[in-house]
Design a binder for this molecule. Structure first.
Ligand code: DGP
Length: 116
Protein backbone atom coordinates (compact mmCIF):
# COMPACT_ATOMS: atom_id res chain seq x y z
CA UNK A 1 0.00 0.00 0.00
CA UNK A 2 1.23 3.47 -0.91
CA UNK A 3 0.35 5.74 2.00
CA UNK A 4 -0.52 8.86 -0.01
CA UNK A 5 -2.62 7.03 -2.66
CA UNK A 6 -6.39 7.56 -2.53
CA UNK A 7 -7.16 4.35 -4.43
CA UNK A 8 -4.96 2.33 -2.03
CA UNK A 9 -7.02 3.83 0.80
CA UNK A 10 -10.29 2.94 -0.97
CA UNK A 11 -9.06 -0.63 -1.49
CA UNK A 12 -8.16 -0.84 2.21
CA UNK A 13 -11.52 0.61 3.27
CA UNK A 14 -9.84 3.65 4.80
CA UNK A 15 -11.75 5.97 2.43
CA UNK A 16 -15.42 5.38 1.63
CA UNK A 17 -16.60 4.20 -1.78
CA UNK A 18 -19.62 2.58 -3.34
CA UNK A 19 -18.08 -0.84 -3.86
CA UNK A 20 -19.21 -3.10 -6.70
CA UNK A 21 -16.77 -5.95 -6.20
CA UNK A 22 -13.69 -7.00 -4.26
CA UNK A 23 -11.54 -10.11 -4.14
CA UNK A 24 -7.93 -10.88 -3.29
CA UNK A 25 -6.64 -9.25 -6.49
CA UNK A 26 -8.96 -6.42 -7.55
CA UNK A 27 -11.52 -3.91 -6.31
CA UNK A 28 -14.30 -2.18 -8.28
CA UNK A 29 -16.06 0.97 -7.09
CA UNK A 30 -18.18 3.85 -8.35
CA UNK A 31 -16.31 6.74 -10.01
CA UNK A 32 -16.84 9.88 -7.92
CA UNK A 33 -17.46 12.03 -11.02
CA UNK A 34 -19.39 9.62 -13.24
CA UNK A 35 -19.44 10.42 -16.95
CA UNK A 36 -22.01 7.79 -17.88
CA UNK A 37 -24.93 6.02 -16.15
CA UNK A 38 -22.51 3.19 -15.42
CA UNK A 39 -19.00 4.40 -14.52
CA UNK A 40 -17.10 1.94 -12.39
CA UNK A 41 -13.37 1.97 -11.66
CA UNK A 42 -11.63 -1.40 -11.48
CA UNK A 43 -8.23 -1.36 -9.81
CA UNK A 44 -5.57 -3.85 -8.72
CA UNK A 45 -5.44 -4.08 -4.93
CA UNK A 46 -1.66 -3.78 -5.13
CA UNK A 47 -0.27 -0.36 -5.99
CA UNK A 48 1.07 0.27 -9.50
CA UNK A 49 1.29 3.83 -10.76
CA UNK A 50 -0.12 2.92 -14.16
CA UNK A 51 -0.55 0.05 -16.61
CA UNK A 52 2.97 0.69 -17.93
CA UNK A 53 4.34 -0.63 -14.62
CA UNK A 54 2.47 -3.89 -15.03
CA UNK A 55 3.67 -6.81 -17.11
CA UNK A 56 3.77 -10.58 -17.37
CA UNK A 57 4.02 -10.96 -13.61
CA UNK A 58 0.64 -9.24 -13.28
CA UNK A 59 -1.13 -11.29 -15.96
CA UNK A 60 -3.51 -12.83 -13.43
CA UNK A 61 -4.49 -9.43 -12.03
CA UNK A 62 -5.04 -7.95 -15.50
CA UNK A 63 -7.07 -10.97 -16.56
CA UNK A 64 -9.19 -10.67 -13.44
CA UNK A 65 -9.85 -6.98 -14.18
CA UNK A 66 -11.18 -7.82 -17.64
CA UNK A 67 -13.24 -10.72 -16.26
CA UNK A 68 -14.75 -8.56 -13.49
CA UNK A 69 -15.55 -5.80 -15.99
CA UNK A 70 -17.65 -8.27 -17.97
CA UNK A 71 -19.38 -9.52 -14.84
CA UNK A 72 -20.25 -6.00 -13.67
CA UNK A 73 -21.46 -5.03 -17.15
CA UNK A 74 -23.79 -8.04 -17.11
CA UNK A 75 -24.99 -7.33 -13.59
CA UNK A 76 -25.65 -3.67 -14.42
CA UNK A 77 -27.68 -4.67 -17.48
CA UNK A 78 -25.45 -3.01 -20.10
CA UNK A 79 -23.83 -6.10 -21.62
CA UNK A 80 -26.13 -6.39 -24.63
CA UNK A 81 -26.10 -2.65 -25.49
CA UNK A 82 -22.32 -2.42 -25.21
CA UNK A 83 -19.78 -0.73 -23.02
CA UNK A 84 -16.18 0.46 -22.90
CA UNK A 85 -13.14 -0.39 -20.79
CA UNK A 86 -10.33 2.16 -20.86
CA UNK A 87 -7.23 3.03 -18.90
CA UNK A 88 -5.37 6.32 -19.04
CA UNK A 89 -1.58 6.43 -18.75
CA UNK A 90 0.45 9.50 -17.95
CA UNK A 91 0.17 13.09 -19.08
CA UNK A 92 -0.92 12.55 -22.66
CA UNK A 93 -3.30 9.81 -21.56
CA UNK A 94 -5.01 12.27 -19.22
CA UNK A 95 -4.30 10.23 -16.09
CA UNK A 96 -5.20 12.04 -12.87
CA UNK A 97 -4.93 9.32 -10.24
CA UNK A 98 -1.66 7.41 -10.28
CA UNK A 99 -2.88 3.99 -9.20
CA UNK A 100 -3.69 1.79 -12.22
CA UNK A 101 -7.43 1.84 -12.89
CA UNK A 102 -9.75 0.85 -15.68
CA UNK A 103 -12.91 2.83 -16.40
CA UNK A 104 -15.93 0.65 -17.15
CA UNK A 105 -18.37 2.93 -18.96
CA UNK A 106 -21.82 2.29 -20.36
CA UNK A 107 -25.53 2.89 -20.12
CA UNK A 108 -25.63 5.40 -22.98
CA UNK A 109 -24.05 5.74 -26.43
CA UNK A 110 -20.46 6.68 -25.62
CA UNK A 111 -19.58 8.25 -28.95
CA UNK A 112 -16.15 8.19 -30.52
CA UNK A 113 -13.21 7.17 -28.40
CA UNK A 114 -11.55 10.56 -28.83
CA UNK A 115 -12.99 14.05 -29.26
CA UNK A 116 -12.34 15.28 -32.78
P1 DGP B 1 -8.07 9.20 -14.65
O1 DGP B 1 -8.25 10.53 -15.33
O2 DGP B 1 -8.09 8.06 -15.65
O3 DGP B 1 -6.88 9.18 -13.73
O4 DGP B 1 -9.39 9.01 -13.78
C1 DGP B 1 -9.45 9.20 -12.42
C2 DGP B 1 -10.88 9.00 -12.00
O5 DGP B 1 -10.90 8.82 -10.60
C3 DGP B 1 -11.81 10.16 -12.31
O6 DGP B 1 -12.83 9.71 -13.21
C4 DGP B 1 -12.41 10.55 -10.97
C5 DGP B 1 -12.07 9.38 -10.09
N1 DGP B 1 -11.79 9.73 -8.71
C6 DGP B 1 -10.88 10.65 -8.28
N2 DGP B 1 -10.87 10.70 -6.93
C7 DGP B 1 -11.77 9.77 -6.52
C8 DGP B 1 -12.20 9.35 -5.22
O7 DGP B 1 -11.74 9.82 -4.17
N3 DGP B 1 -13.15 8.39 -5.18
C9 DGP B 1 -13.68 7.83 -6.31
N4 DGP B 1 -14.63 6.90 -6.17
N5 DGP B 1 -13.30 8.20 -7.54
C10 DGP B 1 -12.35 9.16 -7.64
Amino acid sequence: MKVDCIFCKIVAGELPSQQFYQDELVTAFQDISAQAPVHVLIVPNQHFNDLGEMGDAQAEILGRIVQVAGQIAAREGIASEGWRLVTNIGKNGGQEVFHTHFHLLGGRPLGPLLSR
